[in-house]
Design a protein around this ligand. Structure first.
Ligand SMILES: Cc1cc2nc3c(=O)[nH]c(=O)nc-3n(C[C@H](O)[C@H](O)[C@H](O)COP(=O)(O)O)c2cc1C
Length: 225
């Protein structure tokens, strides 16, 4: 079997997928905000014991239009948006400083579900960023203090020695915060919920808002699969 054949033989989803969880014939009955539907779907992901349902793909673009994507973990969902964190000095941080447009994609394949969140990311400020950093486990704080993320590394030994020094510092000063650590909130202009079903009739529900006119009113609409 060729590689191509093996790819084609793979199923995308298991059988027994859940329903959308919203009456798609009556969108008025759907949650008023995408935050509410997202947290309901997230609870389903937790109930199904999915591995790392909070892992999400973050797409950003630099000032030259080049697009970059990587995995981050979701830190919170609030009225202001979807929260994630990292170094402002990393490529993602530089992209966001130059161009705040960003998108997140959650894939919960065991449930046949995808959620796409698109909008603009802004820093939550020094207090939220420091609080996020301090809530990380000790080893993650030490790794965060090492910084230099995504710069070329001469050798693994160089990293381990920098990590050991920062671990030592973290133990001496548990409140130490990496200066560039930033918690961003992605304030969405649209959030799309996608559900596969056993009969292949994918369903899509999109929430959209126009921040210039109605910053808190969401329009709900179905999309062709
Ligand atoms: C499951 C998983 C979770 C991750 N979570 C984060 C995160 O929350 N923040 C972060 O900065 N990097 C996280 N990373 C590492 C990023 O994917 C990426 O390698 C790193 O942030 C450098 O990205 P950049 O060069 O585009 O800035 C995670 C990676 C994986 C696989």
């Amino acid at each position: 079997m060729t590689f191509r054949d093996r790819l084609r033989a793979l199923p995308s989803f298991p059988p027994g997928l859940p329903p959308f969880g919203v009456d798609l014939d009556d969108l008025d009955s759907a949650p008023r905000t995408p935050q509410e539907l997202f947290t309901a779907w997230f609870d389903d992901a937790l109930a199904a014991a999915l591995l790392a349902p909070h892992a999400t793909t973050l797409a950003t673009a630099g000032p030259d239009g080049a697009v970059h994507a990587r995995t981050v973990v979701l830190k919170d969902v609030t009225d202001t948006g979807w929260w994630f964190a990292g170094h402002a000095t990393s490529p993602k941080g530089r992209d966001l400083a130059a161009n705040p447009h960003a998108a997140l994609v959650f894939l919960w394949r065991e449930l046949g579900r995808q959620v796409r969140v698109a909008g603009t990311a802004t820093s939550g400020g020094p207090e939220a960023s420091a609080a996020d950093f301090r809530a990380r486990p000790e080893g993650s704080r030490a790794a965060g203090l090492v910084d230099h993320q995504s710069e070329p590394l001469g050798s693994r030994e160089e990293y381990w020695s920098a990590f050991a020094a920062e671990l030592d510092r973290t133990r001496r000063d548990p409140d130490a915060v990496a200066p560039a650590w930033t918690a961003w909130t992605l304030d969405p202009v649209e959030v799309e919920f996608w559900q596969a079903s056993d009969d292949r009739g994918q369903a899509r529900l999109r929430y959209r808002k126009d921040p210039s006119t109605t910053p808190t009113a969401w329009t709900k609409e179905l999309l062709w699969p």
